[in-house]
Design a binder for this molecule. Structure first.
Ligand code: NAD
Length: 269
């Protein structure tokens, strides 16, 4: 008999916040389907190996690498179907994949960059929510109302207090909050909770690439930006993973539709 807590999908999991969430959910007892774009397959497979080395209740954790571009509806649908076929169900969907383009004033933002940001950060999250929800609703019905599920999206602090230079990104992360609220209302009758994380700066490759755009050394960028954070340092991917671990647990059973800040106190809702 399986003692796994269920099955979680995490998109954009080859590095950064997605990787940390996948590892944390594996430690929590979930089998994992981890996703990224095809060019990141080697990194994704090394995360898969890390997950498979984790034991829960004396059993090795199952993991599956699935390459898919979340901008493509058919690929997201296929990712959910493959997860069900190989691991048995989808109990948690973490729509983490996202992009941040170089800082650009709103008036200089090309429409193709705006569209690209929305394609990954909003369309991609929407497809993940949609196909995870369809599967979770079917599971709820198959198990006579005994099954629910958790859907989590990647929002951002700039979805609550926008920053200059990030018009498209801020707007896309703001859209995730709307999608999360509407989905939470529609899916509550099926016992499916839908929440998002809204981090401040988290020290990942995304932020490293941003610091290059600011023409500052990564270390200098971290030191200077940390001065705006009351807790005095940037967040880590594990800080976000801890929040996700809580949100998908029964301890968060009365929380839905929220986009929860994890930002060291630099912005209050
Ligand atoms: P990251 O750039 O390190 O990792 C993002 C991952 O998503 C990459 O592995 C990338 O290949 C993948 N990805 C991109 N486009 C994809 C696509 N079309 N299909 C599938 N995978 C795709 O970023 P991160 O810092 O780990 O951020 C993770 C999420 O958290 C993002 O949505 C980001 O916007 C959000 N976020 C990050 C921060 C931060 O400070 N790092 C703050 C707030 C929100």
């Amino acid at each position: 008999m399986s003692i796994s807590k269920g099955v979680a999908i995490v998109t954009g999991a080859s590095r950064g916040i997605g990787r940390a969430i996948a590892l944390r959910l594996a430690h929590d007892g979930y089998a994992l389907a981890i996703n990224d774009i095809p060019s990141n397959l080697p990194m994704l497979n090394s995360v898969k190996a890390e997950i498979e080395s984790i034991t829960y209740g004396g059993q090795k954790t199952k993991a599956l690498s699935i390459t898919a571009d979340v901008r493509e509806e058919e690929q997201v649908k296929a990712m959910v179907e493959q997860t069900v076929k190989d691991l048995g169900s989808v109990d948690v969907m973490v729509a983490n994949a996202g992009i941040l383009q170089a800082m650009t004033p709103m008036v200089d933002t090309p429409s193709k960059d705006f569209d690209q940001t929305f394609a990954v950060n909003v369309r991609g999250v929407f497809f993940c929510y949609k196909y995870a929800a369809k599967q979770m609703i079917a599971q709820h019905q198959q198990r006579g109302g005994a099954a629910g599920g958790n859907i989590i999206g990647a929002s951002s602090a700039v979805a609550k207090q926008a920053s200059p230079g990030f018009a498209a990104y801020s707007a896309s992360k703001w859209a995730v909050r709307g999608l999360t609220q509407a989905s939470a209302l529609e899916l509550a009758p099926y016992g499916i909770r839908v929440n998002a994380y809204a981090p401040g700066y988290i020290d990942t490759k995304m932020v490293e690439e941003l610091s290059t755009g600011h023409k500052r050394e990564h270390k200098q960028f971290l030191a200077e930006e940390s001065q705006n954070v009351p807790l005095g340092h940037m967040g880590t991917p594990e800080d976000v993973a801890n929040l996700v671990s809580f949100l998908v647990s029964d301890k968060a059973s009365y929380i839905t539709g929220q986009s929860m800040s994890v930002n060291g106190g630099f912005f209050f809702d």
